[in-house]
Design a protein around this ligand. Sequence first.
Ligand code: GDP
Length: 721
Amino acid sequence: MAKTHIALAGNPNSGKTSTFNVLTGTNQFVGNWPGVTVERKEGIYKKDSEVIIDDLPGIYSLSPYSPEEVVARDYLLSGTPDAIVNIIDGTNLERNLYLTTQLIETGIPVVVAVNMMDIIKKSGKQINLEKLSYALGVPVVGISALKNWGLDKTISEALHLIKKGAEEEVSFPHYDNRLEAALSEIEEVLGSTAQARYSRWYSLKLFERDERAQKDLDLSSIQQKEIGEIIKITEKIFGEDAESLVINERYNFITHLKTLCVVDEDQFKLSISDKIDRVVTNRFLALPIFALIMWLIYYIAIQTIGTMGTDWMNDNLFGDIVPNFVSSTLQSWNVAEWMQSLILDGIIAGVGAVLGFLPQLMVLFLCLALLEDCGYMSRIAFVMDRIFRKFGLSGKSFIPMLIATGCGVPGVMASRTIENEKDRRMTAMLTTFMPCSAKLPIIALIAGAFFPNSSWVAPSAYFVGMGAIVLSGIALKKTRLFAGDPSPFIMELPLYHMPRIGNTLRYTYDHSKAFVKRAGTIIFVSSIVIWFISSYNFSFQSVDENDSILAALGGLIAPLFAPLGWGDWRGAVAAITGLVAKENVIGTFGILYRHTEVAENGVEIWKSLQAAYTPVAGYSFLVFNLLCAPCFAAIGAIHREMADVIWTWRAIIYQCGLAYAVSFIVYQFGHVLFENGAIGIGLILAAIILAAMIYFIVRKPVKKAPTITIEEIKEVKEWQL
Ligand code: GDP
């Protein structure tokens, strides 16, 4: 007789492994799913050797976005499992139930096991399991994998369901009537193309334009066309794309479930975490507290503690010790003059200028790691979600932004978690406005050279980045390209805890290591190139840097930046080399200013900068480099996420355009207000651009499709036919 297969499915950390271990003991077999490196575990149920338990990988949904989701989905639809036991973390119902709705829709019998009941009991909350079962239309059992509560009952419920088999009337989560109407029409079009038990699944997946589902079914062209029309009409009615429409509906269903089933008995007994949250996520206090914390972090990292280290690195290590040692060694070896210049004025000046900022970066990373590990950063995501939502943006965009404070590349990649395509594109386009670690040296340099006594300048860079994201988001959401409701975002707020030393040190070490690695690779090579083209002319003769190839090329583009206040060739070249890697902005200054005067220490760069630009021009330079197109690696990441050349160009043009416009406004206004600059055409232009920007932010959004009823869908459809 064929054995009975029960699949364990659930989110990562829901307690699946613990459950699997209790159910199967030592009778486990571990391998890989075919073709991928995702682990596959199978075991024999301890109390019945005819029952095989299959442990699926931890997943959040059945959309085919990750290898884990794909193997789980393929396996479920393969017909092997007779039932699914869905382990959900009861302390985190909303997020876990998202997968539950999809599992039920596969048509396979599902038993929901609400895990962590031991914690729920202690917390004073109560989940009404009967109501949950009623509303989901499947059996629900409360379990604790840790204490072995309810596990055998779960399996016996599953076996009972399997026995009942076809007699059982299957019910699915019920969504908005207009969506339901569309789904039943798709089911009709499908007819017998999909097995009856999977027809709900396929109608939903086809509605979401899921490519794998389309491939699985091998639809005729007439079917494809009809389904395409149903989707288009429904999208028109809801005014949003099909995929996000389904996601919204799932979350609406879940929110309703939660209010129905969860009772907070002890509302007045607040935990310490709750008490802290009352303050830090308070409607009015949250943002000022966040601003204060970020100011403090930048103050510590850039203005005070981190600076001591950086000063030492710049003044002594790379200003004195290393150059002197290398110089005397090279001289004693009688190394050719040009080689000495390459090593001293190129590599050490370029790489050294960048590495000098390592202490400030390390302190910044350490502070960010502490905030992250103690649980504060997730509060900020929560607070930002509330604000973003008011403007029609998704709070999900904040997570990529947080990641981008380390490096824009993973930041952009993190936008993949946003299901709504428009929001995803917008996030990929805006995320790199955040100051990443490579931009930090630019911030520190400008703050140190022009504003040594103003502690607001360095943190202001963080807020300029964030402001650019939020305001761009608001303005872009009002355009046709990005209009639509935001992706829903439900996040868990972990309890606060003392930061773990190991975690914070590892975070700091990993990020610092990446920075040093870049200095040793891409910055190293760039420094050689920059040294060469700033030391030679087009006939490859060694010349003064003002006659060099770089000066000639820089001179061509420099006038472009003159309206921003820093139109000399050195600034222009620094900004352009920043495209290769943002650290190059500093590396380039390091090399160029070392040519003009033999620097005693790093502060010489400050002096040269002060001589070249006014403070407002310096700030305008900072703003431009913060906002303009990121480095090539991040542009590559944007291209991968957009999967479209035109969209990638749109992103680059938007970023550079915004950077130019904001720096122009900063310089023109700042120069008149703070540096007694003359009022002229520049200021008028800046005022016009500023007014245009404000208009795009405050204007009314493009019209969304009106909401109409199910009867009207039919009318629209008839009218279309
Ligand atoms: P998986 O990622 O879904 O496989 O989850 P694990 O089985 O690894 O569990 C994640 C964490 O939750 C582990 O630290 C477990 O010890 C803990 N855990 C699992 N089930 C329970 C439970 O019922 N109660 C409590 N208190 N902790 C649990």
